[in-house]
Design a protein around this ligand. Structure first.
Ligand code: CP
Length: 330
């Protein structure tokens, strides 16, 4: 008996549309920050600025009218899921939302490749969040349409890293020359895994502050070392707070621990409060991918250096830019 093997994804999608295809991103997956060059970032940020301007002027417009996004989330999300939805709808397209896979055929045991192939039959682009590292790459291997990685386990969160970098540039005017301190769960935090890699395209200095059991993975430290970017690890933030330009705070993620006692040992290890802000540079920014669970006190929210709510809004413009680019309308 011959087993039917479904075709793998071709290098370009079947049907080009429009005459404004962007050669770099049209029809492409967005799986890892490793795929971006500095020129790519300039281009994405330029399109994001245009999106911001259009949202301010008209709110929504019909750039992607007739296009459909499948928003497939196997893990909870507020920001990534809703900002991709808002991005598609502000561009005139529509969304198939699958935020609770237990109500889909996944609960009957359907595989990820089959689920993605199903959704791409109805949609033009698939946004995927999944608890397993490499899931987005697997989905992309089987899909003919672009797949965007919205977080794959403890692997990467490339669109978050793009919006983080955009935030740094918008808030501080530049990226070169900055000292970026990442704090919290650096072991399981996919946002810091992506952002640290993306920052190696710039002339920066990286500090990592974490409990011993949540240190940045050795392979990422090695990867960054190979680029020549200076990096240092600390258990406390005090020694490097005064020299920090970007304080990137992350949540200790209870859901990633197999041993609840280990979580209890490190939860609440760091809390950014007004005392912390007094010791920091006047022009520093505090960022956080959110959600937070106590690692930044609410009293910090009114400090102009608290950029985490603005960071969420920048995410809308970045995701509008990415959707327009992969669908050939940037
Ligand atoms: N930053 C982020 O990924 O948030 P959500 O989990 O709410 O999508």
């Amino acid at each position: 008996m011959t087993t039917y093997v479904p075709p793998l994804r071709q290098s370009s999608p079947h049907l080009p549309f429009g005459d404004k295809q962007d050669a770099t991103f049209y029809g492409k997956d967005i799986l890892s920050v490793k795929q971006f060059s500095r020129d790519d970032l300039e281009y994405i940020f330029g399109v994001a600025h245009e999106m911001e301007e259009m949202v301010r002027r008209v709110g929504s417009f019909d750039l992607l009218k007739g296009k459909i996004l499948a928003n497939l989330f196997y893990e909870p999300s507020t920001r990534t899921s809703s900002s991709f939805t808002a991005a598609m709808e502000r561009l005139g397209g529509s969304v198939i939302p699958i935020n609770e896979v237990r109500y889909s055929s996944v609960s009957k045991g359907e595989s990820l490749p089959d689920t993605v192939r199903t959704l791409e039959s109805y949609a033009d682009v698939v946004v995927l969040r999944h608890p397993e590292t490499g899931a987005a790459a697997l989905a992309a291997k089987y899909a003919r349409k672009p797949v965007i990685n919205a977080g794959d386990g403890i692997g990467e969160h490339p669109t978050q890293a793009l919006l983080d970098l955009f935030t740094i540039r918008e808030e501080l005017g530049q990226v070169d020359g900055l000292t970026v301190t990442m704090l919290g769960d650096l072991k399981y935090g996919r946002t810091v895994h992506s952002l640290s890699r993306l920052l190696t395209l710039f002339d920066i200095r990286l500090n990592y502050v974490s409990p011993d059991i949540l240190r940045m993975p050795a392979e990422i430290i090695e990867e960054i070392k190979a680029t020549g970017i200076p990096q240092a690890e600390y258990a406390e933030m005090e020694p490097i707070l005064a020299e920090t330009d970007v304080l990137y705070v992350t949540r200790v993620q209870k859901e990633r621990f197999t041993n609840p006692d280990e979580y209890e040992l490190v939860r609440g290890a760091y809390v950014i409060g007004t005392d912390t802000m007094r010791q920091a540079k006047e022009k520093m920014v505090v960022m956080h991918p959110l959600p937070r669970v106590g690692e930044i006190a609410m009293e910090v929210d009114d400090d102009p250096r608290a950029a985490y709510f603005r960071q969420m809004e920048y995410g809308l413009y970045i995701r509008m830019a990415l959707l327009a680019m992969v669908l050939g309308k940037a």
